[in-house]
Design a binder for this molecule. Structure first.
Ligand code: AMP
Length: 143
């Protein structure tokens, strides 16, 4: 299963925020959309960073209530690991495990083209394992 196929199922839309917006605005966006991370990008779709609930936790631990007014740019991860549409679910699992993060933006021609979360990856992996088990059970029953 490739990233392209996952995006065909779940869609390519990604929730983004501009870097000058405040952490308070980011918190409200995450709550409203019921998501754990937001991609930081300008209107042209070029990825500048990613801000997850963990970054917000760290900002609050470091600066207390003052963190609410800080710009997203101050607390995002700027060095974002991205993938292409041709990447496999196994490659994404490796990226997430090695980097200890749960979100990977998909980039195509330098522009944001989707987002894969650990939930998307786990869902497809479980479906694949269950299909393999069913095929084995069918094979054994036929034998
Ligand atoms: P997460 O597990 O995705 O909530 O993120 C944990 C930490 O990794 C946070 O500091 C994020 O900013 C960072 N992070 C999340 N996704 C990525 C990514 N694709 N590349 C680099 N850092 C990331």
């Amino acid at each position: 299963m490739t990233v392209a196929r996952i995006l065909a199922e779940k869609g390519r839309s990604v929730v983004t925020i501009q870097p000058h917006r405040s952490i308070d605005e980011a918190i409200h966006l995450l709550a409203e959309k019921r998501i754990g991370a937001v991609v930081v990008a300008e209107a042209d779709g070029v990825v500048l960073g990613i801000l997850s609930e963990r970054d917000i936790m760290r900002a609050l631990a470091a600066s207390g209530a003052a963190a609410f007014d800080a710009p997203v740019a101050n607390h995002m991860t700027a060095d974002v690991v991205t993938c292409q549409r041709s990447a496999s679910v196994e490659e994404l699992m490796q990226l997430m495990t090695d980097g200890r993060f749960r979100h990977v933006p998909v980039v195509e021609d330098g522009k944001l083209a989707g987002l894969i979360s650990i939930g998307d990856v786990v869902k497809r992996r479980i479906a694949a394992v269950e299909a393999e088990h069913q095929a084995m059970r069918d094979y054994i029953t036929m034998a």
